[in-house]
Design a protein around this ligand. Structure first.
Ligand code: ATP
Ligand code: MG
Length: 416
């Protein structure tokens, strides 16, 4: 099957030229270049894809360096992996030497050696991701499909390439569900059976790799679908026994999307995922997944606050009380609790803090208070807090009000 016409329509002109230049340059050195993986799948499905993977039978890094020299693409080389990334506008071209992989033991990273296109396709996860399109001038557009990926695309099936696939690399369990849910496909029967059998193999996967796969799920348009399915299969519970992939998550993820900017979503999804855990289970999970410090703090804060939400359920609270209950928590942890809590009073107190209270500032600064005769140190701290509370509670409004209050606090102190 030849897809030359489809490629011409699928890629913008300048990206197409870059890809063709790469292929011609490789040919001069006796190498061949192919489009592989996700982009082939998405081209056949008619979905957009901006991250093109190119496999070279030849030296990928050298080729990418030459292309960067004669085009406007920007180059980043990863010498450790023998790969290079060319960026052009919104598009990236990941250029890698064709390789073969073997697994010494399940879960470990594979042993890698240079290979051919066929060995490179044989190490991949699913038939729909194991197709290539030749870019070589003599058979430009030819589809290479050794595992009937095109037929599986048409039948909406996720199929592994061999029975040991999940055993070799259990991250493929999460990947299978991610594609199944993204594309609205289903697991081929044998694949489904082996996936369930190999769930215990998830224990062989490093925390870093597990975290990466969860991050990929959280970048999906509707990650709750994959999370729910992973919950039903018992995959989530393998990561921490109290995880739940139920309707609750679906509703909360949806709310998170309505209320927040896209760049905050992955962290918020993490917060909502760990919400059913105890603080202890959470600490274990964070350590196992080697969660970076900043996110770790947000997740920790989320559960710490969850355990202390009940005073915020009172319908009458002084505004300053709301502020001082919340001001030390990370705003994302507060947002996560606003989404997760079932009480509308708690929700509105949390939203009040996030949208208004945290920005409330007094007019007077330390210098001005000194001029009013207030000494630096604990006295100054106390006056500043009194002024801030009064401002939050609407007891002072103008700078003049603040000066009056500052002086009266001082006068009281002098009487003491
Ligand atoms: P996406 O649209 O999600 O980016 P993709 O197919 O580009 O899909 P990547 O995670 O970017 O997926 O990986 C690129 C390719 O590398 C995949 O198409 C797949 O063939 C291969 N791959 C990635 N991870 C694995 C794995 N754990 N085992 C086997 N092959 C993998
Ligand atoms: Mg990709």
């Amino acid at each position: 099957m030849n897809l030359a016409q489809q490629i011409e329509q699928y890629l913008p002109q300048q990206v197409l030229e870059l890809v063709k230049t790469t292929s011609k340059q490789a040919e001069k050195q006796g190498g061949k270049v192919y489009l592989v993986g996700g982009v082939v799948r998405d081209l056949l499905l008619g979905y957009p894809n901006f991250d093109l993977d190119l496999v070279v039978e030849g030296d990928a890094v050298k080729l990418a360096q030459q292309i960067a020299g004669i085009s406007q693409a920007k180059l980043v080389v990863h010498p450790r992996f023998g790969t290079a990334k060319l960026s052009y506008g919104n598009f990236t071209l990941d250029v890698a030497t064709a390789r073969s992989e073997s697994y010494a033991k399940s879960g470990a990273l594979p042993t890698v050696a240079p290979g051919t296109l066929n060995t490179d396709l044989s190490r991949r996860d699913f038939s729909i991701n194991a197709m290539a399109i030749s870019l070589a001038p003599n058979n430009y557009g030819e589809l290479v499909d050794p595992y009937q990926g095109k037929s599986d695309l048409e039948q909406h099936l996720i199929r592994i390439l061999h029975p040991k696939s999940f055993n070799d690399d259990a991250t493929r369990i999460l990947r299978a569900i991610r594609y199944e849910q993204r594309l609205g496909f289903r697991l081929e029967t044998q694949t489904a059976r082996l996936l369930k059998r190999d769930i215990p193999k998830l224990d062989t996967i490093s925390g870093d790799r597990m975290r990466h796969e969860l991050e990929l799920i959280f970048r999906e348009k509707h990650p709750e679908h994959a999370i729910k399915r992973l919950g039903e299969l018992g995959v989530l519970q393998r990561l921490s026994p109290s995880f739940k992939g139920n309707g609750w998550i679906a509703e909360k993820f949806d709310r998170a999307r309505c209320l927040n900017k896209p760049n905050q979503l992955p962290s918020l999804y993490f917060c909502l995922l760990i919400y059913p855990l105890s603080e202890r289970e959470n600490e274990q999970f964070l350590r196992h997944l080697n969660i970076p410090k900043k996110l770790s703090r947000v997740l920790h804060d989320t559960l710490h606050l969850e355990a202390r939400l009940s005073p915020l359920g009172k319908s009458y609270m002084k505004v300053s009380e709301v502020y001082y209950l919340l001001h030390e928590y990370d705003p994302l942890a507060i947002q996560a609790n606003a989404i997760a809590s079932e009480s509308s009073t708690i929700q509105s107190h949390l939203q009040l803090f996030l949208t208004k209270l945290r920005y409330v500032k007094i007019f007077l600064n330390g210098e001005e208070l000194k001029r009013l005769g207030i000494s630096t140190g604990p006295e100054m701290g106390k006056v500043l807090q009194t002024l801030h509370k009064a401002k939050l509670d609407g007891e002072v409004k103008t700078k003049g009000d603040e000066e009056k209050l500052a002086l009266s606090v001082r006068a009281i102190k002098e009487e003491d």
